[in-house]
Design a protein around this ligand. Structure first.
Ligand code: SMG
Ligand code: MG
Length: 423
């Protein structure tokens, strides 16, 4: 059985931006209740049908990864990614998961040193305190009493699942019930040091490489002018979207004027203009805009997605398995959105090949109908930790090898800092 068994039939409406309660296949008159339907709750299914593993060791592995070019968002500029990997060992297999925390608590509350500490002192002891024999489906329930830290929990869930899948010789995408062999790739372009003309140059380069849509980071002061320039240079047909990473305030008239200006530019979507906790601000302003609102930072779980859709706070959802605590919750969010005809797509957190492999498998699942922030390895790294992902005809190929289908190269791990938590 694949973990996606029980998903709704593939007849949900996608991509029309409508958000009517009667889109749901309601067999009762409770047509405004968008709460998750337990019959499609993937938190129960992840790892089902796979052999349980007997964990003999858990390690945290930190690797410094210089970015090929700085990545600047409304919350800061990054030149190096410190990757934090979780390695779960058993007598017969090794599982890998990537904790996608940034170094500082800027995207959300989580950050890498905090994640390492909570994994070492709380999550791993709680996971294994109830026995070393387990399946990925047990990770969420065993850790549910520990609040927050979804990125750290997600890394553990994926690592356990990867160890199970490798023991069984099954690919992650197959286990998730993926429906695609390759996924359409977009690229997220940071705010360039060199301003608008450097942005034009970078976008031209990514289009030459074949990326199928361009997402541009915006912030107050770098929004309407650069996007207008991109439209001038590349035309109205370019699939273009923006991501504000919560940088705008609904109480600021200049910020609202800028968002109104962006709304005139025929964008595919406007991602997270307001703060993570500001669902109501999104709901108040979305009706005035033609551009679909996509939420990222605001959506922590399926219940958040149901609330946001019910309120009219979003018409699209960006799903990142780290942000929401793992693959199980990602699929539960996908189900809520599908039932309402709300498109979803797979976001990114500058992952190495380990995290990218899991993202690509997720993006291959039904309902993930928009190009993902799963760019090729060379968009981020001179050398990836794993066998690289390549862009072919605008797509990344979904790994078919056992587990996540990618393993860190042993040379890449030579300089890694390894903290042994168990075994
Ligand atoms: O992985 O290509 C990528 C980056 C995609 O823009 C991206 N992610 O808010 O969607 C987002 C940002 C968060 C990045 S913070 C490390
Ligand atoms: Mg985002």
């Amino acid at each position: 059985m694949s973990a996606a068994d029980g998903a709704p039939a593939d007849d949900a409406r996608h991509g029309n931006g409508d958000n009517h309660a009667d889109d749901a296949d309601n067999s009762t008159d409770n047509s405004t209740d968008h709460r998750p339907d337990n019959s499609t709750d993937h938190r129960r299914h992840i790892g089902d049908g796979l052999p349980h593993i007997e964990v003999t060791g858990v390690d945290l592995v930190r690797v410094e990864m210089p970015l090929v070019r700085p990545f600047t968002t409304s919350f800061g500029r990054q030149t190096v990614r410190e990757a934090l990997l979780v390695r779960v060992r058993t007598a017969t297999s090794t599982g890998w998961g990537e904790c996608v925390t940034p170094a500082a608590p800027v995207y959300s509350e989580e950050f890498t040193d905090g994640a390492a500490l909570v994994l070492r002192d709380h999550l791993v002891p709680a996971l294994l305190g109830q026995g070393h024999r387990l399946s990925a489906g047990a990770v969420g329930p065993r850790l549910a009493h520990l609040r927050g830290h979804p990125m750290a929990k997600a890394a553990l869930e994926v690592a356990v699942l990867d160890a199970q899948l490798r023991a069984a010789g099954t690919a992650l995408a197959q286990h998730l019930g993926a429906v695609r062999e390759r996924v359409p790739a977009g690229v997220s372009v940071g705010i360039p040091d060199g301003g608008i003309e450097e942005l034009v140059h970078q976008v031209a380069g990514y289009l030459d490489e074949g990326y199928l849509r361009i997402k541009v980071k915006v912030q107050p002061g770098f929004d309407v002018a650069p996007l207008t320039r991109l439209r001038e240079v590349f035309g109205d047909a370019l699939p273009l979207q923006v991501d504000a990473n919560a940088a705008y305030h609904a109480g600021d008239a200049a910020h609202l004027a800028a968002l109104d200006g962006l709304d005139e530019l025929g964008l595919e979507l406007l991602e997270q203009p307001f703060g993570a906790a500001r669902l109501r601000d999104h709901a108040l302003h979305a009706p005035a805009w033609h551009t679909p609102i996509c939420l990222d930072e605001s959506i922590h779980d399926a219940a958040d997605a149901a609330d946001a859709i019910t309120m009219g706070a979003c018409q699209v959802v960006n799903i990142k398995l780290g942000r929401v605590g793992g693959l199980s919750e990602s699929l539960a969010i996908r189900d809520v959105c599908r039932a309402q005809g709300v498109p979803v797509w797979c976001g990114g957190m500058l992952e190495t090949g380990v995290g990218r492999a899991a993202n690509v498998a997720l993006a291959a699942c039904a309902g993930f109908d928009l190009p993902a922030d799963t760019s090729a390895s060379n968009r981020y790294w001179a050398q990836d930790l794993t066998e690289p992902f390549h862009l072919e005809d605008g797509h990344l190929t979904v790994p078919t090898g056992p587990g996540i289908g990618r393993t860190p190269r042993s040379e890449a791990l030579e300089d890694a800092e390894v903290e042994r938590l168990l075994g």
